[in-house]
Design a protein around this ligand. Structure first.
Ligand code: AMP
Length: 362
């Protein structure tokens, strides 16, 4: 167990690391951020920093020496980096979840073994496998690279008639999976935490609207049936327990409406994020404990906090040029503005977010 005054090492220096470091500081902990990128947003707010490549063993050794435990803000931490650090300090969540969540095929197979519904999927290693996968899954379907895909990068939706071989080549011939297109009514996610002692606390299910594959708006609670919400939380708990997970985890799911039920709504899991998640940013202003504090508590071996919501909450991402609106947002009654300190508002770049909390019936 970590004592106040202890040091948490964070791999990655983006906005998630920044908000983790701020939450840690509030609890009297020091954060040491390790990132290869010189002007990463977390460097502004941490007690110590290392700017070095994830393959730089001398830098990693110094980092490990300086911290009590290590966590990460992104799932694409190289396996060798995680193993190097794990030999020196506790790494939470356990890096075994990285292997799973870095590979869409391994992730889907894990979910299948757990009995959790996913899109129908098939491994695609070459043109022949692609033709067989299309024959099995049909159209429309989605071709995704197994690795290094996020915010819709590395995936191509193949409508009826589209030439999937062209799509496969467009993805560089990398190992892929083909997934059936899920005709979802809404996208939801569950952000939850599991402690070292097996304690578990989930935030209510929230609903996510994406634009061009990037999260745009999250609302909590999701407009789904109570039994669907309970099932979504139960699935998340089952996943966290199967992974012997410690920390905050997010599970993204599709809700499919059925004309014949019950259940009237079916849940199809899309993705597991072994970290704090954009769809949990609303908890900073809208819940008793933020997801960032919750993650710090969990990895430090401290009691988990209350996940009680303060009301109905809406979180909107500020993407690219949206950030220029900061003055107007500040003038809006009840708008809570968070800016990540990034210099250049490039298209598709998450620059900040704004949260509003409403009375439950407003
Ligand atoms: P992902 O990169 O897997 O998180 O996918 C990004 C977004 O693409 C999701 O949030 C969905 O909006 C959409 N998407 C991904 N997979 C599917 C699928 N199998 N069926 C329908 N939409 C999908």
């Amino acid at each position: 167990m970590l004592e106040p005054g202890g040091a948490i090492g964070i791999l990655g220096g983006g906005q998630l690391a920044r908000m983790l470091a701020l939450a840690g500081a509030r609890l009297g902990l020091k954060s040491h951020v390790f990132s290869p990128v010189a002007d990463d947003p977390a460097f502004d707010v941490c007690a110590a920093k290392t700017q070095a490549a994830f393959s730089d063993e001398a830098a990693l050794a110094g980092f490990a020496e300086a911290v009590d435990l290590v966590t990460y803000e992104f799932e694409n931490v190289p396996a060798a980096t995680a193993a190097f650090l794990q030999a020196r300090r506790p790494v939470r969540p356990n890096p075994s979840v990285l292997a799973l969540t870095q590979d869409r095929l391994a992730e889907k197979q894990f979910l299948e073994r757990l009995g959790v519904e996913t899109a129908v999927f098939a491994s695609v290693e070459n043109a022949g496998a692609l033709a067989r996968a299309v024959a099995q899954i049909g159209r429309p379907s989605i071709l995704k690279t197994r690795r290094l895909g996020y915010d819709g990068k590395g995936q191509i939706t193949a409508p009826d008639g589209a030439d999937l071989a062209v799509a496969f080549r467009a993805l560089g011939g990398a190992s892929c999976i083909l997934e059936s297109f899920v005709p979802f009514a809404r996208e939801v996610s569950v952000v939850a935490a599991r402690g070292e002692d097996g304690s578990f606390a989930a935030y209510g299910v929230c609903e996510n609207v994406h634009q061009r594959h990037i999260l745009n708006v999250t609302t909590a609670p999701a407009a789904i049936r109570p039994e669907t919400a309970a099932a979504a939380v139960a699935i998340t708990r089952r996943i966290a327990e199967a992974l012997d997970y410690v920390g905050v985890i997010a599970v993204e799911m599709f809700v499919v409406e059925q004309a014949i039920g019950p259940p009237w709504e079916r849940l199809v899991v899309n993705e597991i994020a072994p970290r704090v998640h954009n769809s949990g940013h609303w908890t900073l202003d809208g819940a008793a404990t933020s997801q960032f504090e919750q993650h710090v508590r969990a990895i430090a071996g401290w009691p988990l906090g209350s996940t009680r919501r303060h009301g109905r909450v809406e979180m909107r991402n500020l993407i690219g040029d949206d950030v220029h609106n900061w003055r107007n947002i500040l003038a809006e009654d009840g708008a809570c503005l968070h800016l990540y300190g990034k210099k250049e508002p490039r298209p598709g770049r998450k620059m900040g977010h704004v949260t509003k909390v409403f009375a439950e019936r407003e």
